[in-house]
Ligand binder design. Structure first.
Ligand code: ADP
Ligand code: MG
Length: 618
């Protein structure tokens, strides 16, 4: 024996799930009611064409009655349709409607799952539908339910085509009877919907936008007559028809700011997927650690969420903007998005567009691009580190800023410093503190790159070991002296072991390493260097908060071309020699970092002693 049938769902069981799980943000029930109203209007327009009627959705806050009402003059519903689409959960009319619709503009309908309506019960202890279908001879319908499970339905008294959904708000959700709160929710979710939306408050002044400057009474009335939304968002327009001012205005409106973006990318794809949007490059503060961008995700002009990491490549989260993508489901879980091949393609496309923009600016407006670099470089570098594909796309547009304020590409740096640097790239992490060491290089005509943001350390390691480049090596100005030496026999006879013993003794440090080199700058007696990789490792572990303090390992480099060093090597008077050793060591330390309290005191006392000696002799 065989039986066939349809699995049935008990509303009693599914309703709590819808209420709690499907929608994590309570306020989205407003979005759902308004988008149903918009759909009803859109459908009416699709069926009737342009009728010259004033089609709209009105949200009414009626505090005294404890109600929120959503009224539209769209297609309405017949009793049959209420039976079908309302009384059956998870049954949307969208699919059927589009199947029967023969026109060619199929894009505008928001509804999809047939679940949105039931979100009303997240905030209401009674919901009524008062509706009259656009169809000839249709009877008005009045539907009522207190819990979304049991309902009553009878002939209503409505005379105008359209629908009013009334939500009697329950005690705990009273905030939604406040006009300002409702305005806030509407701005967030409905600010760009395609049908004009009006907000009406009964027994309360209609709320305005926060930064609205109140004018005369006359003006205020007009203001309330304006829809709360912009039905033609800029991102849906053809980029060719958008002006610079419009882009800036949209930026200010979206992010409630007076700041100006640096530049932007207009995403406008129809195929192979539908993606519209504008990504803005904001001014980025120097240490971008705490900085967060903001990308608003829309679905057919309906706001869905902020910063959906699964859709936007993580490094683009520093940007600001909107993405409108009708093919992304409104209410799916994030783990689903993560594994979705479609989402991956979207994200790859966005990455490519951003890279194209950067390359375009670099290639055609190099000077302008350089002025942006200070703001955008953390983002670009971060992108390279995070996404090898992005690096491959933008690698020719990467710049190094030099201590002289010039901007060079890597090949330009190499070409300019050819033969002087053994193809190393010299850099400073703090141009002011390391000024002395920087000057040693710049005075020899060697460019020093400024790498002073948090991301730079990661970026340099990536360039050296992760990018597939074989010949890139970053060296801090105090890491070695290979760029500062010259061929010469002067002072070759100075004994390294003897000098090391002298300094170890004077400084009371038996670990100290001393090396003798021929540095071209004859006025420079000593320099302290710290091996690049050791220093980086130490800095990294400090950043990641490791308890173990990595010991510093410095090398004291003595310049045999400097007369002071030669005099020291030949000195008979051991007391003076030790005094000089200490002084030279402090001078070397000073050129990369300030001296600590005790050391500074000693240094000053010793300096006074030396000055006195000099005065005695004169
Ligand atoms: P969806 O919008 O995803 O289709 P909903 O649960 O929001 O699902 O709504 C279910 C159905 O109820 C809609 O498809 C539509 O047919 C009908 N409906 C809801 N609100 C209205 C309205 N204001 N005017 C006309 N029909 C409506
Ligand atoms: Mg809906």
């Amino acid at each position: 024996m065989e039986t066939k049938g349809n699995i049935s769902i008990h509303a009693q069981n599914i309703m709590p799930v819808i209420k709690r799980w499907l929608y994590s943000d309570k306020d989205i029930f407003i979005r759902e009611m308004v988008s149903n109203g918009c759909d009803a209007v859109t459908k009416y327009k699709m069926l009737q064409g342009e009728t010259g009627e004033d089609l709209r959705v009105t949200v009414t806050v009626d505090k005294a009655a404890g109600e929120l009402r959503f009224t539209d003059n769209g297609i309405g519903m017949t009793a049959e349709e209420v039976e079908k689409y309302i009384n059956q959960v998870a049954f949307s009319s969208a699919e059927e409607f589009l199947k029967n619709y023969t026109g060619d503009d199929k894009g505008g309908i928001i509804g999809h799952f047939g679940l949105g309506f039931y979100s009303a019960f997240m905030a209401a202890d009674k919901v009524t539908i008062d509706t009259l279908s656009w169809q000839e001879g249709a009877e008005p319908v009045l539907w009522e339910s207190e819990d979304g499970m049991a309902f009553s339905m009878r002939t209503g008294g409505r005379k105008q085509r359209g629908t009013t959904i009334t939500l009697h708000i329950f005690e705990e959700e009273k905030e939604f009877l406040d006009g300002y709160r409702v305005r806030q929710v509407l701005d967030r979710y409905c600010g760009y919907m395609a049908v004009p939306i009006y907000l009406e408050t009964i027994g309360e002044e209609p709320p305005k936008e926060e930064d609205h400057v109140t004018g005369t009474e006359e003006e205020e009335k007009k203001e309330a007559e304006k829809p709360i939304n912009d039905t033609h968002p800029l991102w849906l327009k053809n980029p060719k028809e958008c002006t610079e001012e419009e882009y800036k205005e949209t930026y200010r409106k979206l992010f409630h700011t007076f700041e100006e973006p640096l530049f932007w990318v207009h995403l406008n794809v129809d195929y192979p997927f539908n993606l519209k949007g504008i990504l803005y490059f904001p001014r980025i503060k120097k240490d971008f650690g705490g900085q967060e961008g903001e990308i608003k995700l829309f679905n057919r002009q309906v706001f869905v969420a902020d910063n959906i990491k699964e859709v936007i490549p993580e490094f683009l989260m520093l940007l600001k903007g909107v993405i409108d993508c009708p093919d992304l489901p409104l209410n799916v879980s994030r783990s689903f998005l993560q594994n979705d091949g479609y989402v991956k393609k979207l994200s790859a496309h966005i990455t490519k567009k951003v890279a194209d923009k950067l390359n375009g600016l670099f290639n055609t407006e190099r000077k302008q691009y350089e002025t942006y670099w200070d703001d955008i470089h953390p983002f670009v570098k971060y992108g390279c580190v995070r996404d090898q594909k992005f690096y491959d796309m933008v690698k020719d547009s990467l710049l190094l800023k030099t201590s002289a304020g010039e901007y060079l590409t890597l090949p330009e740096y190499k070409a300019r410093n050819e033969g002087k640097t053994e193809s190393k790239i010299y850099y400073t992490t703090e141009a002011s503190r390391q000024a002395a060491a920087v000057a040693l290089y710049t005075s020899r005509g060697i460019d020093v790159a400024v790498m002073d943001t948090l991301i730079d350390m990661n970026f340099m390691s990536f360039m050296e070991f992760g990018s597939g480049n074989k010949d890139i090596q970053f060296v801090r100005v105090d890491a070695d002296v290979s760029g500062l030496t010259e061929e010469s026999d002067e002072g070759k006879d100075i004994d390294q072991a003897q000098m090391e013993a002298l300094f170890r003794d004077a400084l009371n440090d038996q670990e100290l390493t001393v090396k003798i080199e021929a540095l071209a700058d004859r006025g420079l007696p000593v320099m302290l260097t710290e091996e690049e990789q050791v220093r980086r490792y130490k800095e990294m572990s400090a950043i990641y908060g490791q308890d173990f303090a990595f010991p510093s390992k410095y090398t004291l480099v003595l310049n045999r071309l400097c007369p002071t060093v030669r005099a020291l090597a030949a000195m008979e008077d051991q007391d003076t020699a030790k005094l000089l050793c200490k002084q030279l060591f402090d001078l070397a330390r000073l050129s990369s970092r300030p001296l600590e309290a005790e050391d500074l005191k000693d240094f000053i006392a010793r300096s006074n002693q030396l000055v006195a000696k000099l005065a005695e002799k004169a």
